[in-house]
Ligand binder design. Sequence first.
Ligand SMILES: NC(=O)c1ccc[n+]([C@@H]2O[C@H](COP(=O)([O-])OP(=O)(O)OC[C@H]3O[C@@H](n4cnc5c(N)ncnc54)[C@H](OP(=O)(O)O)[C@@H]3O)[C@@H](O)[C@H]2O)c1
Length: 330
Amino acid sequence: MRAVIASGAGGPEVLSVGELPDPTPGPGEVVLDVAATAVNRADLLQRRGLYSPPPGTSDVIGLECSGVVSAVGPGVEDWAVGVEDWAVGDEACALLAGGGYAERVAVPAGQLMPVPEGVSLVEAAALPEVACTVWSNVFMVAGLRPGERFLVHGGAGGIGTMAIQLATALSARVYATAGSAEKLRTCVELGADVAINYREEDFVAVLREAGGADVILDNMGAKYLGRNVDALATEGRLVIIGMQGGTKGELDIGKLLRKRGAVIATSLRTRPPEEKAAICASVVEHVWPLVADGVVRPVVHTMLPLDEVAEAHRLMADSGHVGKIVLTVG
Ligand SMILES: NC(=O)c1ccc[n+]([C@@H]2O[C@H](COP(=O)([O-])OP(=O)(O)OC[C@H]3O[C@@H](n4cnc5c(N)ncnc54)[C@H](OP(=O)(O)O)[C@@H]3O)[C@@H](O)[C@H]2O)c1
């Protein structure tokens, strides 16, 4: 099969398309013929040699894809979610631990999801990582409730565009940060009640004035740790999923304690397959109907062929994109 190969750790130029052996499905796995995959920030770290794939998983980059089932391993029926059973010829999208930048990938069947109604097979590649990350962190872990105030940083990114739509659909009051007029407009179009230009405004002041954030979804890590805690409401939950602003910060425990607040950090990729399967099942149950109704939609900035993978990585590093960058494969 054709797959993206890295000649070593480094910049986008180390990536090119070469040949690798086809995968075969192990017990509980299916093989997908990949129609499209999408770029994630973690892919850039993996390319630079800073983020190894979990043990036993493909070392080909790529955390999500869509495609058509081309082989089914034994025991798959125990994991079918949202379908009777998986069979050759079925269209699906998948959350992966790796291997998406290729013509074929073996996937634990619990991480396979039907393509939501109204979404094309190619667009569906833009959904698994953002839907599973936002749903698991904001709703399953932080328990955002209708009427609560929700702050998401990086509101116009892949995660942010999904977080705004889902929190809006589930009746939260949504605050989003972004760094340009165009991105702020996107946040509002997607449903944000308040869009904050983090280059010009202090998000802490905006949230404090409103009574504090009940849930914050944070991509910045260390850089925003203190200010995020300042922006929390009483019993607020800060969920850190990214470290774009560094890994080592200082936390005033007294402030957190007085607010009876929680700081949580999670990584989807390193969760065991059973937990990923539970998240995918919950996404199919709760998020896919919103996608089918058109209330939540995939936001795709651009689609490039797999051969232009290096350019796709440059685009993400430059951060000019809104939503997801998709690579078409099939
Ligand atoms: N833990 C997990 O399981 C998990 C899973 C998926 C993703 N993630 C992480 O989640 C983060 C977001 O992923 P993504 O796919 O949405 O990436 P993305 O599409 O590149 O979005 C990141 C956004 O961050 C914004 N940003 C940069 N500096 C900022 C600042 N100081 N304040 C507020 N926003 C800022 C950028 O926009 P501006 O132009 O507005 O600055 C950009 O839109 C990444 O760090 C990724 O690694 C974690």
